[in-house]
Write a protein that binds this ligand. Structure first.
Ligand code: ADP
Length: 659
């Protein structure tokens, strides 16, 4: 698995995470802008409709006032020209007051400002002001006289704090003003009658002056004011104006619902993005851990010196590690997917290898591993030690076979070299033994040779004397022959002993080997005045190399004799015994010698350790390796029961042939 370097992949991941967030933010911004635009549009519409409604109201009021003004003017002109003016005033004024509920009074004054008549009559007197009316009306009156035209007064408050304004209309006689008509309008009633109900459901209408003082109001709405629009209220003028304020209703519930849904959805999207981000983070962390794990595994795999090979259940290679490739010289691509025969099998051993291969597939691979010769791509052969084990996958399924392969060529070569050296050492040790025994053997050989010579001289003498008994010569010659055979046996034994041969285990009789040894060593024992005793029960044959076993026995016997050099001659007994124990034979060589000091005991079997001035110190180490080669053990014990002193028993085991 090759993957991107971590920095590139995490940068890309950050981009992947940032893009949807950016998208959602942009979408949200677009939606908010849209909502804002809609709201603005709505406000604009509201404003337009407010202005339209205000203009309509203003026009309505203006028309109304213009109409009342016209009626009053008509009355004024009729009062200036017609007879029976009082009656006329009554009829027309009462008619006007009835049709215009906002007119609270119409009063008729003469040129000297005296009231001629008023409808309803009681009002001016009740108002508590002087007969003529409030100051504002007087001011308008004077202005009307001055300007000779109708004048609207400033607003003023009458009883009950109700705002009014008055329209002062001059009455012309022939050429001059003969009187005045004053129509007092109630602002409250004006609004109450002229502002329709639907208008008050939407707006609050207030009449204010320049200073913001409120004169009259009409409204049925409540809530928070949103938009307001002001328009001069002229007539009556004098800085009065309408202020129409629209009130925000509950708003469009669908729109609110939509906006709410958008916000909730956006929050949801953010939330899910957050979760995705967390998940991706987790995934990225897991990926990183996996990558690290993979890198570690690859590093471990690459640094392994043991070849690894996996095969599926059919025997096809599914994996090889770099060490295996190095070992065989084939690349992974050349090996993976291959079915048997494999290219690294030895061509002339194909059948055996295939058999072994099949045994592995059948689950019969030796648990301790097996050795096989394989060949590299360049044809070089090598010795491989293979351990096979079942390949179990994560689900516990047996999916194939995993092998670890060790190139043991070098090890085997070293072992072979060591074996050869050991053999050489054994041979040397035999030569050394022989050298040490040479004088004794020469002396031993001397005896039959001297006997031969004397028999020979005797025979010659008899022949020279001429008179001889042929029987006498035969006997002498027979004895000569016996001595020659004895000499020959000694020579052969020496020859056999020093002969170089391959170790070979074969069934042989222990008694025979011991006899041979005793025959060999007898002369030396005699010379050293050591008594050799053997105690061998009849035993089944042992599986051993005759010559090697002889070497061990000779070595141990000679060591025992050496140890007894200081022992009194009477006690110089060396006992060779053997006994059967289960499926093996235990052979012991016991002496009554000096024994072994504790500090020496640990080093006994170490090569080249000797306490003797002329000793080589290789005897015991060779004995041990020979016994181990025979799958036996060699050990040492104190011969404590030996009377009058210490002694040593060397024992070794040998497996019986039947074992
Ligand atoms: P070498 O006989 O050449 O010294 P060995 O390996 O045969 O070499 O013996 C090593 C040493 O073990 C001897 O030097 C001796 O000290 C001690 N040893 C061997 N056999 C006996 C024995 N039977 N009694 C006491 N010491 C012994």
């Amino acid at each position: 698995m090759r993957s991107l370097p971590p920095s590139v992949s995490s940068r890309r991941l950050r981009w992947f995470l940032a893009l949807p967030k950016l998208g959602v933010v942009l979408l949200l911004a677009a939606v908010v802008t849209l909502l804002w635009l809609l709201h603005q549009n709505e406000l604009e519409e509201e404003r337009t409709s407010l202005i339209k409604d205000v203009l309509w109201l203003e026009q309505n009021l203006r028309f109304h006032l213009a109409r009342s003004e016209e009626q009053l003017q008509q009355l004024a002109s009729d009062l200036g020209s017609q007879p029976d003016r009082k009656r006329l005033f009554r009829i027309r004024a009462s008619h006007m007051v009835k049709n215009n509920p906002d007119i609270s009074q119409i009063a008729w004054f003469d040129a000297k400002r005296r009231v001629i008549d008023a409808l309803p009559a009681s009002t001016p007197a009740d108002s508590g002001v002087e007969a003529f009316g409030p100051a504002a009306t007087q001011k308008a009156f004077e202005l009307a006289i001055l300007l000779n035209k109708r004048i609207y007064s400033e607003p003023f408050f009458l009883s009950g704090n109700v705002a009014h304004f008055a329209l002062v209309m001059p009455i012309y006689g022939d050429k001059e003003v003969t009187g005045m008509l004053v129509a007092t309008h109630s602002l409250e009633d004006l609004l109450g009658n002229l502002v329709p109900w639907w208008f008050t459901e939407k707006y609050r209408v207030v009449v204010v002056d320049d200073n913001g003082a409120q004169y009259a109001a009409k409204s049925n709405v409540s809530g928070t004011p949103s938009l307001s629009y002001e328009l001069p209220f002229d007539p009556p003028g004098h800085g009065l104006s309408f202020r129409v304020t629209s009130y925000q209703g509950a708003g469009n519930p669908l729109q609110r619902l939509l906006a709410g849904a958008i916000l909730v959805l956006a929050a949801g999207v953010f939330w899910s993005l957050w979760i995705v981000r967390e998940l991706m983070k987790k995934r990225s962390n897991a990926e990183q851990a996996l990558r690290a794990e993979h890198a570690l595994r690859s590093a471990m795999e690459d640094s392994l010196t043991v070849g690894m090979r996996a095969r599926d259940l059919t025997g096809r290679i599914i994996y090889v590690n770099p060490a295996f490739c190095r070992m065989t010289g084939f690349t992974s691509a050349e090996l993976v997917g291959r079915d048997p025969p494999m290219p690294y099998w030895i061509p002339e051993q194909l059948d055996e290898t295939l058999e072994l291969h099949q045994a592995v597939l059948d689950g019969k691979a030796p648990p301790d591993g097996f050795e096989i010769t394989l060949q590299r791509k360049d044809g070089e052969r090598f010795q491989a030690l293979i351990y096979e084990a079942p390949l179990i996958d994560g689900n516990g399924q047996h999916t194939g076979w995993m092998a670890s392969i060790l190139d043991v060529t070098e090890r085997r070569r070293a072992e072979e070299l060591a074996r050869q050296q050991q053999e050489k050492l054994q041979f040397t040790s035999r030569l050394v033994t022989m050298g040490e025994m040479a004088s004794t053997l020469a002396h031993e050989l001397n005896q039959p040779l001297a006997a031969i010579a004397s028999y020979n001289t005797g025979c010659l003498n008899l022949l020279a004397a001429g008179a001889f008994d042929p029987q006498e010569i035969r006997e002498a010659l027979e004895k000569l022959g016996v001595q020659a055979q004895r000499a020959g046996r000694i020579i052969r034994r020496v020859h056999d002993f020093v002969r170089k041969s391959e170790p070979k285990r074969a069934p042989c009789s222990l008694a025979e080997i011991v006899d041979d040894c005793l025959g060999f060593i007898e002369a030396e024992a005699r010379k050293r005045r050591v008594q050799l005793a053997s105690d061998l029960p009849p035993l089944p044959p042992v599986l051993a190399d005759h010559l090697m076993l002889e070497q061990v026995l000779l070595n141990l016997i000679r060591n025992g004799m050496d140890a007894m050099s200081a022992t009194p001659a009477a006690r110089r007994v060396l006992r060779i015994s053997a006994r059967r124990r289960a499926e093996e034979v235990v052979v012991s060589i016991a002496d009554n010698g000096c024994g072994i000091a504790p500090e020496v005991r640990d080093k006994l079997f170490t090569a080249f350790f000797s306490t003797k001035p002329e000793g080589m110190g290789i005897g015991l180490s060779i004995c041990r390796s020979i016994i181990e080669f025979h799958r036996g053990r060699l050990w040492v014990e104190d011969n404590s029961p030996a009377p009058g002193g210490s002694g040593t028993i060397f024992s070794f085991t040998l497996p019986l042939e039947s074992a």
